[in-house]
Design a protein around this ligand. Structure first.
Ligand code: NAD
Length: 283
């Protein structure tokens, strides 16, 4: 079994981007500038955004963090977005999700200029992805494709089973893996909460990508010997022995599945670090 080290790959990727940025700036081009909007004080969101800001600094981008209290009005948030859309110094930005309930996430996503939508959530960018046109791609699926590529994992003609159909992970993941490029070309099955006999599908998979949000959901009996297992899940479970009283586990029961898989991503240290690095890369 090969452990896919997302931390190591994300640092490699950051070093490559840093070299590109250095050349760009040395040639008199503008230093790229990314911004992030964070609403409220959800610790997980704060941690994701901090990692993204850190990644910006590592690669030599300028970064701006815009923070609002959880009770900010939708209108105020829309005004800030209009400001970022119009600011020529901002090349791209993200609005960290989830947003407080009184704000319509869809309205916010649709107000982001598609040209600055480095998370690739805007309907225009999702449409471009489906149509195989150059676009920003949702960071997590993009990071996973990059992991497969950098571990030389063959994908062409393989059967990939994606579990979960969210707009930010499962759905774009299934589209990317089916793409007619040398990075993907898989036959894809997209499973979800209404799938009948999930195990029947996963047992046929050469590559399983789990994006469910349920701790330890994928067990060894669901995985074919030697399969590639990518665990997107980040779930907090109580752990009295941990300093913070909880630990992070994935959607895959790592201890038993790792004995059967050919390749597997750990949680933490697998897909997560890639997600912090890939926003803004286009396909
Ligand atoms: P989501 O809740 O939006 O979607 C979960 C999906 O799982 C749904 O499409 C649902 O149909 C499916 N599902 C639920 N129960 C199922 C079942 N019993 N059988 C089959 N499918 C089932 O979640 P999301 O935003 O896609 O996130 C999924 C997980 O990935 C979460 O743990 C989240 O924290 C994590 N996540 C990690 C990263 C990262 O960088 N590693 C990025 C985004 C999300």
């Amino acid at each position: 079994m090969v452990l896919i080290d997302g931390k190591k790959i994300s640092l490699e990727l950051q070093a490559e981007i840093a070299a590109e940025v250095k050349t760009l700036v040395a040639n008199g081009k503008k230093q790229p500038h990314l911004a992030a909007i964070l609403v409220g004080d959800d610790p997980a969101s704060q941690s994701y955004v901090n990692n993204k800001v850190k990644a910006c600094l590592n690669v030599g981008f300028k970064s701006t963090l815009v923070q609002f209290e959880a009770n900010i009005s939708e209108q105020k948030l829309l005004s800030k977005i209009a400001e970022l859309n119009a600011d020529p110094d901002i090349d791209g930005y993200i609005v960290q999700l989830p947003l407080p309930r009184h704000i319509s996430e869809q309205k916010i996503i649709e107000s982001i200029s598609p040209a600055k939508d480095v998370d690739g959530f805007h309907p225009i960018n999702v449409g471009r992805l489906v149509l195989n046109l150059p676009t920003y791609v949702s960071a997590t699926p993009y990071g996973i494709v990059e992991l497969l590529k950098r571990y030389n994992i063959p994908t062409e003609g393989k059967h990939c089973v994606v579990i979960g159909r969210s707009n930010i992970v499962g759905s774009p993941m299934s589209i990317l893996m089916a793409k007619n490029t040398n990075l993907a070309n898989c036959t894809v099955t997209l499973c979800h909460s209404k799938t009948k006999d999930l195990k029947y599908h996963t047992l046929q998979a050469d590559i399983v990508i789990a994006a469910i949000g349920r701790p330890n959901f994928v067990t060894a009996d669901m995985i074919k010997e030697g399969a590639v297992v990518i665990d997107v899940g980040i779930n907090r479970i109580d752990d009295d022995t941990a300093p913070k009283g909880f630990k992070l586990v994935g959607d895959v029961k790592f201890d038993e599945v790792s004995k059967k898989a050919g390749f597997i991503t750990p949680v933490p240290g697998g897909v997560g670090p890639m997600t912090a690095t890939t926003p803004g890369l286009s396909n």
